[in-house]
Design a protein around this ligand. Structure first.
Ligand SMILES: [Zn+2]
Length: 112
């Protein structure tokens, strides 16, 4: 297992090495508030329990969608503006008006 250190922040090779298995949850929404009013969060079946515990209430069946999580991760990996924040959040920096907020939250410890 690997710890996400600050040294990994903004390392393009690290971003490219990320896999679906490294993701806790993902978000896709319009710019602005990220409480869920502007978009949606998605979790993988394997992370539903952990993500629900963190959020404080359960993710619904409609929010358990590994295909959406993979789509968001792939979009971030394909964008050179993707940055890492706080060691576990992947997002696109300097989004332009009209672009969507795409965010991936990584598991704190990387699966082997
Ligand atoms: Zn909101």
């Amino acid at each position: 297992m690997t710890d996400y250190s600050d040294e990994l922040a903004n390392d393009p090779a690290f971003v490219q090495s990320l896999r679906l298995e490294d993701v806790l949850k993902a978000y896709d929404g319009r710019r602005g508030c990220m409480c869920g009013c502007n978009g949606r969060y998605y979790v993988r079946p394997e992370t539903k329990a952990q993500a629900s515990e963190k959020r404080g209430y359960p993710y619904t069946a409609a929010e358990v969608d590994a295909v959406e999580v993979a789509r968001i991760l792939d979009a971030l990996k394909a964008d050179s503006r993707t940055r890492i924040q706080d060691g576990s959040i992947l997002f696109i920096e300097d989004r332009q008006p009209g672009e969507r907020n795409l965010v991936v939250y990584l598991l704190k410890e990387r699966p082997a």
